[in-house]
Design a protein around this ligand. Structure first.
Ligand code: SF4
Ligand code: SF4
Length: 68
């Protein structure tokens, strides 16, 4: 099953991946703060991920790895 992993310490909380995901299953995790002081992106529902890589392509910091 496709899913993503976010390298939380590379993430700058820009939200680009949130807007890029066609399934709307990425959100910034307001309960966490990373080493840079940002809320990192998180996958909300791995069951719905289609492995399209839109999030990873959009991420300016190459913080997302897609597994499919
Ligand atoms: S691979 Fe596609 S469906 Fe999966 S989280 Fe990224 S943008 Fe969304
Ligand atoms: S696009 Fe990259 S840097 Fe921006 S919130 Fe998503 S994972 Fe973090």
């Amino acid at each position: 099953m496709a899913h993503i992993e976010v390298n939380e310490n590379l993430c700058k909380g820009c939200g680009m991946c949130v807007y890029a995901c066609p399934k709307n299953i990425i959100a910034l995790d307001k309960s966490k703060i990373n080493a840079k002081g940002y809320h990192p992106a998180a996958l909300l529902d791995a069951e719905k991920c289609i492995g399209c890589k839109s999030c990873a392509i959009m991420c300016p910091d190459i913080a997302i790895t897609v597994y499919r």
